[in-house]
Design a protein around this ligand. Structure first.
Ligand code: 1GP
Length: 244
């Protein structure tokens, strides 16, 4: 079964949770430990990526270690074509729709496409939309961040993604954002498109996860929450609220 088919099947029944790990932020062994626990707690897939500091070496080592611990999909969440791992089950083949630079809308994709084909990784096409404050990814991606009160603009970008044939839309407030994507914006986008909606950035507790889920996210992504030592109970409560 493809990763796409697996995710679509699971989404029929429930909102999904994905755990994001940055290969530059912990050792491969620690990544394997965290993802093993996240998997036991019910996370649906592991995403691996980061805005800066991802190398072919730390990416391959991290994904290989994770694959020894989990049998849920491991999806590469790339920042460019400079590193692509043959060990990933799938790659978000994404365009940062509101970037001001052609590098992140189409040029890195042009460079990465033949590599993805050669390696045989499943591409999951995604329109990536950066919402204020955007944090590091908004900065390095040279994004015209969507103002937090302009759900209409986010919805127009999301609809454009659907019309361009993309399989997913991701609303991103940026890793470590003080506040997650506003619920009004999530609702507006959800009611505009028919394809699955991912939401991430700034979701650090069960209350936030619940708000994002109730507003209409099909997939809720958390990253930072597993970056400090005492994540287990917090991650458990986040996944529980998403699955209920
Ligand atoms: C980053 O949205 C993700 O792409 C995760 O954000 O680190 O704030 O959970 P956090």
């Amino acid at each position: 079964m493809t990763v796409q088919a697996t995710l679509l099947e699971k989404m029929k029944a429930n909102t999904l949770h994905m755990t994001l790990l940055d290969p530059n932020k912990q050792s491969p062994d620690m990544a394997a430990k965290i993802t093993g626990e996240a998997c036991e707690l019910g996370t649906d897939a592991i995403m691996v990526g980061g805005s800066t500091g991802v190398t072919q070496e730390n990416l391959d080592a991290t994904i290989s270690a994770i694959k020894t611990q989990v049998d849920i999909p491991v999806i590469y969440f790339p920042s460019g074509a400079h590193a692509i791992s043959p060990y990933a089950d799938a790659i978000y083949f994404m365009s940062m729709l509101n970037s001001r630079t052609v590098e992140l809308t189409t040029r890195q994709q042009m460079k990465g496409a033949p590599i993805v084909r050669k390696l045989g990784i499943e591409p999951l096409s995604m329109g990536y939309i950066i919402v204020a404050p955007g944090m590091k990814v908004g900065e390095v991606g040279e994004a015209d961040c969507i103002p937090r009160d302009r759900g209409d603009i986010a919805a127009d970008y999301a609809l454009a993604a659907q019309f361009m044939g993309m399989q997913y839309v991701y609303l991103e407030a940026g890793s470590g954002a003080p506040q997650h994507v506003p619920e009004d914006m999530i609702r507006t986008v959800r009611s505009t498109i028919d394809i699955p909606l991912l939401v991430g950035g700034g979701i650090r507790d069960a209350q936030a996860a619940s708000r994002v889920k109730d507003a209409g996210a099909n997939i809720v992504i958390t990253g930072t929450v597993v970056e400090n030592g005492n994540y287990y109970d917090r991650l458990a409560s986040i996944i529980k609220v998403i699955k209920n």
